[in-house]
Design a protein around this ligand. Structure first.
Ligand SMILES: [Zn+2]
Ligand SMILES: [Zn+2]
Ligand SMILES: [Zn+2]
Length: 279
């Protein structure tokens, strides 16, 4: 993988891509060409963080508490609210539905008649991040292909699982910036970073989130069979989420649902001459 030193563009392949789409600093000097360097896993798998709620039905987080509430990966917070117990991030569990006593007010149901909850049945510490030097690359093409298949399957499992949880537990996203909130009504921290946010006093504009807000698929160019991208043929090339493209270049089968955006349904001309004949 490569990342441009001047803009956020990333590319999956053995060399950078040739398209002059750079709008980063001094890109006019480079005539729009990207300046490719190394990249981080965070560029491929964008980290999205959200506040961890100690009570998902509790009062909304006020502006002045914005630095006291922990921020954790939004996906982890969604899992916690859906039932995952992590000792570091406790949260209130209700075993009976709440009792409404007004339009917005409620009280917790009396749970005295329930048996004591089983202690710490599923509790285990959150997975530690593996440090970079402990990660070893696959040693053979076969191992690479198997790892690519497995990784792609995990990516799909992750996305499908998150989508199903989002049907039960609300996820909100700001309409002006990428801020995500797990919970029904957003938080009240006035730290919206969007353009023109002053008019709204920095308040986020909460709306229903979609899966891509929670797990952003960073699209990259899909490398055609020919193994090279040609500047003149840009309009023919398709794209795929970076994780998917890495797995495919590693030897995984292309999942049916990505074939259209990858332009695998149309066939890519091998040269400008051939392209002109098609058009
Ligand atoms: Zn790479
Ligand atoms: Zn660039
Ligand atoms: Zn915002």
């Amino acid at each position: 993988c490569f990342g441009c030193r001047y803009c956020g563009e990333i590319h999956v392949g053995s060399v950078g891509h040739p398209f002059r789409t750079c709008r980063g600093m001094s890109s006019d000097k480079r005539k729009g060409e990207h300046d490719w360097g190394s990249t981080f896993v965070e560029a491929v798998f964008l980290p999205v963080e959200a506040y961890h709620l100690e009570d998902r039905l509790g009062p909304r987080i006020p502006h002045d508490q914005r630095f006291e509430v922990p921020r954790i990966p939004a996906l982890v917070e969604l899992c916690i609210q859906a039932g995952l117990d992590l000792p570091e991030y406790p949260t209130k569990r209700r075993r009976k539905p709440i009792v409404k006593i007004g339009r917005k007010e409620f009280v917790d149901a009396n749970e005295d008649d329930l048996p004591d909850p089983e202690p710490d049945k599923f509790k285990e510490p959150i997975l530690e991040e593996v440090s970079d030097d402990e990660i070893t690359p696959p040693s053979s093409p076969e191992e690479t292909a198997a790892l690519a298949e497995e990784t792609l399957k995990m990516w799909e499992t992750l996305r499908n699982g998150a989508l199903r949880l989002m049907k039960r537990y609300s996820v909100r996203v700001c309409g002006y910036c990428p801020e995500v909130h797990i919970g029904a009504s957003g938080h009240k921290a006035r730290n919206c970073g969007a353009f023109k946010h002053q008019q709204r006093n920095g308040q986020h504009g909460w709306q229903a989130a979609v899966l891509d807000d929670l797990i952003p698929p960073r699209y990259v160019w899909h490398m055609p069979e020919s193994g090279e991208l040609q500047k003149e043929l840009k309009i023919f090339y398709g794209q795929a989420p970076a994780v998917v493209e890495i797995c495919i270049q590693g030897g995984a089968q292309v999942p049916e649902k990505y074939k259209a955006t990858m332009r695998l349904d149309i066939g890519i001309p091998s040269s400008l001459k051939e392209a002109e004949m098609v058009v």
